[in-house]
Design a protein around this ligand. Sequence first.
Ligand SMILES: [Zn+2]
Length: 99
Amino acid sequence: TVTILTYKTARYGGQLVKVPAPHTSQRCSACGFTTPGSRESQELFSCKNPDCGWTANADWNAARNILHLYRIGHVIVEVPAAGRRGRRAGKTVKPVAAR
Ligand SMILES: [Zn+2]
């Protein structure tokens, strides 16, 4: 399991955002369909795309979305050094608080 502490988006002009962010909790991590209605409750995500129907723990779904955004380069994810497993992210930045 990769622990994601915080991430930054260019969209927010470098503002540090704690996860899960609202848009990540409303997006289906299986098909990409995004609607506030898919967030059934604090715990449950249920995709409203009739062709999908993915259900999952809401936090888990949000975490999958963040990973997806990270992989396509839309967010900068900061992971603890111990959790990196030697993968070269290229976009990882040092936590602001550590400066
Ligand atoms: Zn879906």
